[in-house]
Design a protein around this ligand. Sequence first.
Ligand code: SF4
Ligand code: SF4
Length: 104
Amino acid sequence: MSLENFIGCKRCGACCRAHGYVKLRPGEVEAIADYLDIPLYDFTSEYTRLTYDRSRLSLIEAEDGSCIFLDGNDCMIDEVKPSQCRTFPLKWRFPGWEKICKGG
Ligand code: SF4
Ligand code: SF4
C-alpha cells in the first residue's frame, strides 16, 4: 500500500489498533464530550491523558492497545472523531502506516 494506491478506507479498523497517540485539537475535547453527553471534566478524566511532552491531550487506549472508542471495527464517536482520524492517511499518517492500511 502506498499513498498513490490509496483508493478509500475499507473500515478495517487497523489504524485504530495501531500504537500511538490519538491527539485532540482545540475544540475536539468539547465536541466529543457533547456528543457523549457527559461533562467536560468527566470526559477528560475518564477518556484522555496527556501526551509525553504534555502539549496535548490524547484519547486513552483499551487494554488491548486499541483506541478506547473502537467497537469491533467501528468508531463509537465517528461523527466527531478527531482530525487526526478523519485525515488518515491522506494528510496525517504515522511511519509504517502503509504496512497496516488496507485502503486500496
Ligand atoms: S477516535 Fe475513532 S477513528 Fe479515531 S482512533 Fe479512535 S476509534 Fe479510531
Ligand atoms: S487502516 Fe486504512 S483501510 Fe483500515 S480503517 Fe484505517 S484508513 Fe481505513
